[in-house]
Design a protein around this ligand. Structure first.
Ligand code: MG
Length: 248
């Protein structure tokens, strides 16, 4: 199933996408079905937090000349950074280099704490595309990554949540202005999704809708105002966003 959130007649709705139609699952007195081309997609979840994994692809570790970590390095992106498909990533004035990072997003289903590897799967609602937008110059300058990772609009999510997919070996790509930039597979993960859920839920309570951003493969790179960035994951879809300099 593909779970969507969208605007229809200026109302926020949830639904399930089948072909070119959306069956609405949460809407007061609204239509039961709407055509996909009549709706405007929103980010498919409203996470209380996004827990991101710093280095989780073997090819990216090699690119950075870093050794393979023995446990995940994590950081938090705030809920206020979330944007949906088609929205603008705003380039902050304090940065001269803002990068895309194509990532598989894991959406948490239940309120969980101290979940084991064996129990992890039943606590996943589904998977989505995520762009861990990063002010690279600020990341290099700061010891802590909060500033570089947390600007408003730095967490594009979408286009929907795919509930029925095996995430173990999916092709993941990014395209900048149509040009292929990143191209890898989730089989390159250093830490698999069950291990990440065990590790993170051993630290903090995860709430329904929270997103784990599972790290990016090699060939990260910069974006500029006017660019189009697409994150594409096999079996899920394409998340498209645009870059602009300032809020107009
Ligand atoms: Mg990342």
């Amino acid at each position: 199933m593909r779970l969507v959130r969208f605007l229809h007649d200026n109302k926020v709705c949830s639904g399930v996408l089948y072909g070119d139609e959306v069956t609405v699952t949460a809407l007061d007195n609204g239509p039961g079905r709407v055509k996909f081309d009549k709706i405007s997609l929103l980010a498919p979840v409203k996470p209380s937090k996004i827990v991101s994994v710093g280095l989780n692809y073997r090819d990216h570790a090699e690119e950075l000349g870093m050794s393979i970590p023995t446990e995940p390095v994590i950081f938090i992106k705030p809920s206020t950074a979330v944007i949906g498909p088609g929205e603008m990533i705003v380039y902050p004035e304090s940065s001269a280099r803002v990068d895309y990072e194509a990532e598989l997003g894991v959406v948490i289903k239940n309120r969980i704490r101290n979940v084991s590897v064996e129990e992890a799967g039943r606590n996943i609602a589904g998977y989505t595309c995520f762009n861990d937008v990063t002010a690279r110059d600020l990341q290099r300058k700061d010891t802590q990554w909060s500033r570089a990772k947390s600007f408003d609009t730095f967490a594009p999510i979408g286009p929907w949540i795919e509930t029925d997919i095996d995430p173990g070996n999916l092709r993941i790509r990014s395209y900048l202005n149509g040009e292929l930039k990143q191209d890898s597979r989730t089989s390159e993960f250093i830490f698999g999704i069950p291990r990440l859920i065990e590790f993170i839920s051993g630290i903090m309570t995860l709430l329904p809708g929270d997103v784990i951003a599972t790290g990016t493969p090699s060939n990260i790179g910069p974006m500029n105002a006017g660019d189009e960035i697409v994150i594409e994951i096999e079996g899920i879809g394409r998340l498209t966003n645009y870059i602009k300099r300032k809020e107009d």
